[in-house]
Ligand binder design. Structure first.
Ligand code: ATP
Ligand code: MG
Length: 433
């Protein structure tokens, strides 16, 4: 088993069942709740099991000594049972969400109220695994049967409590290939512009989950149709809402395990193309810097991810009218994660842009041996000093030029490199800085 799998907390049905049994034997109501019930009713295997109960958190902790009050203020206790860690939540009614992150107050409540505070009917059904009975206060079974995503209660009110639910709606709809109930859909459309009221970290986590899924293409179509794309990319894309983007670049992504920045940059470029931006303008450095800066800010990208976005957009320099030289191409390939930029230009060619250039670049890429892309420099600063030169601004220019010559196989040995360095130093010495 891989190390990462070993560290994943497990959550087994038999352990969740034992918890429900223990709670019920102690006189409490206890059900399976949320996504696991939805998955079971669709004959899918749930990735985890959540338990909901009328036992208040201190009582849950008493019944399960191996437990931790992770979100005790919200009524959630993490119970260790067998090999699993299972969230046991006390039935509650959420108060308002004034900061868009957490309900301001929670009140322990009836199972019915707990069902009603949940987001979508398909996520609001309970199941009693001991009695083998489905408990459905929200008419979720009908929506499960017709594969409809519908907000519980008044959709406008429910989105106003927590605008993140608009993105969750899109993720569930595409993940399970559902249709969206018309009034739920209308409420998303009408409230899309309010998404920035919630914490950026929550938007970002949700978008990461959405783009990680192999069904990401359907999500992007929905983001466009419901007016969320331009809100997500505010400050980059024009705010005018326009559905129907082709997303030809984003479409090139297949399967899971796609780095978030790759999907994010392809999504952004597709959107800008649809808005009428020209690729040569998009790849011009002031624009790439602005895009990079804004993506970092909007999606709380890490330093590494921001560098990756920059590397990707810099691939545009290989698409300028003059074919780049071998040294420029090799220097690009030597950058960490240049494969992301290579993916970008390949998907551009796949969409009919720069087809001939990308073919030429590819012929170059495949002709280089790995050891030729970033070889040790034949000549370095110490060599220039031993030739009697004093370190100064000319050093970097000369070393760069000698390294270019090495990358282009114009010099192959140190002696030739030193000769070239001398010639260049002398030429530069005759010039003002
Ligand atoms: P997954 O399989 O992706 O975990 P899930 O339905 O279990 O799907 P979670 O995010 O784990 O989704 O949340 C568990 C349950 O909590 C949901 O089924 C839903 O009932 C409720 N829930 C989660 N987030 C919200 C929210 N923002 N607003 C209302 N209810 C929510
Ligand atoms: Mg879950």
């Amino acid at each position: 088993m891989a190390a990462s799998e070993e560290n994943q907390p497990v959550c087994l049905r038999e352990d969740a069942l034992t918890i429900v049994q223990t709670l019920q034997r102690a006189g409490h109501i206890a059900y399976f709740a949320g996504g696991c019930v939805r998955d079971m009713l669709w004959n899918l295997s749930p990735k985890d099991f959540d338990v909901a109960t009328d036992a208040p958190p201190p009582r849950v902790r008493e019944l399960f000594p191996r437990s931790q009050g992770v979100g005790q203020a919200f009524g959630v206790v993490l119970v260790r049972q067998g090999k699993s860690q299972i969230e046991v939540a006390t039935f509650r009614a959420d108060g308002s969400y004034s900061d868009g992150r957490r309900p301001d107050d929670v009140r322990f409540a009836t199972p019915q109220e707990d069902a009603q505070r949940r987001d979508f009917t398909i996520n609001g059904v309970f199941y009693d695994p001991i009695a083998n009975v489905v408990i459905d206060f929200v008419n979720g079974q009908a929506d499960l049967a017709s594969r409809t995503l519908r907000a519980i209660g008044d959709p406008t009110k429910r989105f106003a409590e927590d605008y993140l639910r608009m993105l969750r709606a899109i993720r569930f709809t595409s993940r399970f290939d559902l249709k969206v109930d018309p009034s739920t859909e209308a409420a998303i459309r009408a409230n899309a512009h309010k998404l920035p009221r919630i914490a950026p970290e929550r938007i970002c986590d949700e978008l990461r989950a959405t783009f990680a899924s192999p069904n990401r293409m359907k999500s992007v179509t929905l983001l466009d149709e419901l007016g969320l794309t331009n809100v997500l990319l505010r400050g980059i894309a024009p705010s005018r809402t326009t559905g129907g983007a082709e997303h030809a670049l984003f479409r090139s992504l297949v399967g899971g395990n796609v780095p978030f920045v790759l999907s994010l940059v392809l999504f952004t470029i597709d959107t800008l193309l649809h808005a009428g931006e020209r690729l040569d303008a998009l790849f011009a450095p002031p624009r790439t810097q602005q895009i990079c800066h804004q993506l970092r800010h909007l999606f709380r990208l890490s330093n590494e991810e921001t560098d990756d976005v920059k590397t990707m957009l810099d691939a545009g320099l290989l698409l300028e009218p003059a074919m780049p030289g071998v040294a420029q191409i090799k220097r690009y390939l030597a950058r960490p994660r240049s494969e992301l930029g290579v993916h970008l230009i390949q998907s551009l060619a796949g969409a009919g842009f720069y087809v001939e250039r990308v073919r030429e670049l590819h012929a170059n890429f495949s002709s280089y041996e790995a050891s030729q892309i970033a070889p040790e420099p034949l000549v370095d600063g110490a060599d220039l000093q031993s030739l009697g030169y004093t370190p100064g601004p000319a050093f970097k220019r000369v070393l760069d030029a000698v390294y270019d010559a090495q990358l282009e196989s114009r010099v192959r040995e140190k002696v030739a490199g030193l000769e070239l360095a001398k010639t260049l130093m002398e030429r530069l010495a005759g010039q003002p800085d």
